[in-house]
Structures are given as C-alpha cells and as structure tokens.
Design a protein around this ligand. Sequence first.
Ligand code: S3P
Length: 184
Amino acid sequence: MRKESGGNVVLIGFMGSGKSTMGIRLSYRLRYPVEDTDKLIEAQAGKTISEIFAQEGEEAFRQMETRLLEKLAENQGQRIYSVGGGTPVRAANRPLLKRMGTVVYLRARPETIYERLKADTTRPLLQGEDPEGKIRRLMAEREEAYRAAADVIVDVDDMAAEDIVEKIVSQLAERTEQDEAVSD
Ligand code: S3P
C-alpha cells in the first residue's frame, strides 16, 4: 500500500549531509514537528553519542537506534524525522525507515562532508587519523544502503539551505502527484 500523501518525512544521509538542519527547516516549511533520533537517544540514555560509543560501544548504540525506530514506526501523523548517518546501514532498519515515512536521502560528495566536519569532535567514527580517508571509505561502503533505503534522492552539494528545502518539498510533491496518478 502507498503512503498517504503529505505523510511523514524521514531524512537520511551521511554525517554532515545536513539532516538535522534540514529537519528543522522542513519543520518550519511544512509545519510538521521534527524529531532527531540521535537527540532522542541522547536524552533517553542521559549521555552524548560520544559517551555511549566510548562507554558501551557502537553495537549498543545500534541496538538503541533500532529499538527507537521500532517505536517511531508505530507513530501516525505528520512528522519530520532526521536519523543518524549509520541508521540505513543495518538491513533491519530499512523497512522500519520506510514505515516511518517517505525516505529522503540527502546525498553529498565526500569533499563537502570533509569541509563541513573537519573541526568536528562529536562524531566518534571520524575521530583520529585521516578523517578524510575515513569519510571516503565509509561513504563508499554505505552508498548502496542509502540508495536501497531512499524513496527520493536530493543532491545537496554547493546549495544554499533554503534551496535544498525547496528541492525536497518539490520532489515530495512530485512523488505525491505520481502516487495519486497511480491510485486514480
Ligand atoms: C553516525 C552518525 C551520527 C551518530 C553516530 C553514528 C554514523 O549521526 O548517529 O555518531 O554511523 O554515521 P549524524 O549523521 O547525525 O552525525
């Protein structure tokens, strides 16, 4: 069954692709509330993502992520979700993301990500030696999972935030029109 037109939107993409920022902007634009899964996990655990990785390990974090998606997938109503960059990688998460809403992949080039995140200290997976190499390797590893999870792909390089929002909105509208044409 097709999703309702104007339903939830789920933003996926690599770290630094703009999911949280676009989530907030889309929330203003579409007047839907926004939820950020990393923030929900931090609030629930009472620690930052870096602390969770350091104290409990990545696997524990991934389990928290999947448990949260299972809960969110039950929610009805219009919402924007931004999820962590690694979320679509676990195969079990991909159908949950689809159940949560129309999945929009914010796709960026590795150079864009590196420029944005080179001074960042909050992403445990990119700390240490050669962050640029890590970005390239992880992105290449994940590309297939992002594509598999996505209903819509939006390229975000060299674009102003307001233009990205409009691009997302118009791609969602196009999709809704196609869905309506199919069900007519
Ligand atoms: C991760 C991305 C982060 C956060 C965690 C792991 C990843 O979210 O979930 O550090 O595996 O790509 P952002 O994409 O919001 O930075």
